[in-house]
Design a binder for this molecule. Structure first.
Ligand SMILES: Cc1cc2nc3c(=O)[nH]c(=O)nc-3n(C[C@H](O)[C@H](O)[C@H](O)COP(=O)(O)O)c2cc1C
Length: 278
């Protein structure tokens, strides 16, 4: 049966690098498939209001294109997420979309377990900043199975493949990774649990992985510095079980709020009329 691939394109540029890269990778996917592209920046995705209504009633009061996109993701066999770097991060629409995914804790469908390839494009080598980390934490929070994550450089639309056989070859290689069952291998210096190379130093040799937020330490194996990271049982998203527990905790918020609301109003009330709003 034909596989159904949904690609979230975070670039507003038609025939830009994200779009061309995604299509090039799909040319090399050995499995028979159909590609559906979603230009997320052209969809109406409103920012989360933080009202938690979705967790109580099961539906979000905002009326826009969020559900159309989330349902397409849930029906897919695999995802590709491609974002340009904008000021050292991914396009902000990705984060706006992720915040709305709070409602997936109580939705009747899920995107968990879908394989995903994350792609970042950037105009200047070394200037992609935290873009890749944004895409990878998006995938981790939603429980997607990250098959690969790569950065491609090129400023003008199409430039990633202009006289650049190395990037064309890398795109070709990614094609075989989306549905591969091979265990993903991580860089030696990366977090051994999630593969992220963004690590926070906590002092006294202690570290925390910024993407999966598990704790560990730096160890010297005689040749190189490596990370030893242990699964934190209190982590809220890393495993399906942890995400499930967090979902229950969120759903208990309504009764917590009802219990505390008078006391909380005593705190917030005195601030209410201060300052003027633009
Ligand atoms: C608002 C804006 C900010 C950008 N910031 C960065 C940046 O911080 N680092 C970088 O390497 N490229 C930056 N770029 C360049 C794009 O990442 C690059 O052109 C990329 O290939 C665009 O992909 P696209 O063709 O799919 O839109 C920026 C582009 C724009 C429009």
């Amino acid at each position: 049966m034909k596989k159904n691939i949904v690609a979230l394109i975070l670039s507003p540029r038609e025939s830009g690098n994200c779009e061309v890269l995604t299509k090039e990778i799909c040319r090399h996917i050995p499995e028979e498939h159909e590609l559906t592209l979603v230009r997320l920046t052209s969809k109406d995705i409103k920012p989360c209001k933080g009202c938690y209504a979705c967790l109580v009633s099961g539906s979000c009061p905002l009326d826009d294109d969020f559900l159309e996109v989330a349902e397409a993701m849930a029906k897919s066999d695999a995802l590709i997420i491609a974002s340009p770097t904008y000021f050292i991060g991914a396009n902000g629409v990705l984060k706006v979309f992720l915040d709305r995914c709070l409602q997936l804790f109580s939705a009747k469908f899920s995107v968990r377990g879908k394989p995903v390839i994350n792609l970042v494009t950037a105009g200047i080598k070394g200037e992609a900043g935290y873009s890749e980390m944004m895409l990878n934490s998006f995938s981790l929070i939603l429980g997607l199975k990250l098959r690969a994550s790569e950065i491609f450089y090129g400023a003008l639309p199409g430039e990633i493949f202009y006289e650049n056989d190395e990037q064309l070859q890398r795109a070709e290689n990614l094609g075989s990774k989306l549905f591969s069952t091979e265990k993903r291998s991580f860089a030696e210096w990366a977090c051994p649990l999630c593969g992220s190379d963004v690590i926070q130093l906590l002092g006294e040799n202690k570290i925390q992985c910024v993407v999966c937020r598990n704790y560990g330490e730096v160890v010297n194996d005689g040749k190189n510095l490596k990370l030893k990271v242990t699964l934190n049982p209190d982590n809220i998203f890393f495993t399906e079980e942890q995400a499930g527990r967090h979902g229950l905790w969120l759903q208990e918020m309504k009764s917590r709020f009802m219990q505390l609301r008078r006391k909380l109003a005593e705190i917030t009330g005195p601030y209410a009329d201060e300052g003027k709003w633009l």
